[in-house]
Design a protein around this ligand. Structure first.
Ligand SMILES: [Zn+2]
Length: 91
């Protein structure tokens, strides 16, 4: 795998999996071809996270500070919405 930038990897022939680094857990996830593991978090400026982080945080994300920064960096003006427990809502 060839690193194309800070967060993206691609196979040398360009035909293999395209990998991205999840901004939450730091693990790589595949985003094509044929397998799409990234999930869009519209509540945080539409950033993509891995499907594991998505599944494990069905009741909200605890790391409010980090998600607030990620949302801001992707151009969202409002902070992410939080649920009654103070976690960032998953949607
Ligand atoms: Zn993740």
């Amino acid at each position: 795998m060839k690193k194309t930038d800070k967060k993206r990897w691609i196979s040398r022939d360009g035909l293999g999996p395209i990998l991205y680094e999840c901004p939450l857990c730091g693990e790589k996830y595949q985003q094509g071809p044929s397998l799409y593991e990234g999930r869009k978090l519209n509540n945080c400026g539409g950033i993509f996270i891995c499907s594991r982080c998505w599944e494990f945080n069905w009741d909200g994300f605890v790391d409010v500070e980090k998600l607030t920064i990620l949302a801001k960096n992707s151009g969202q003006k409002e902070p992410p919405k939080q649920n009654q427990n103070g976690f960032v809502e998953r949607w």
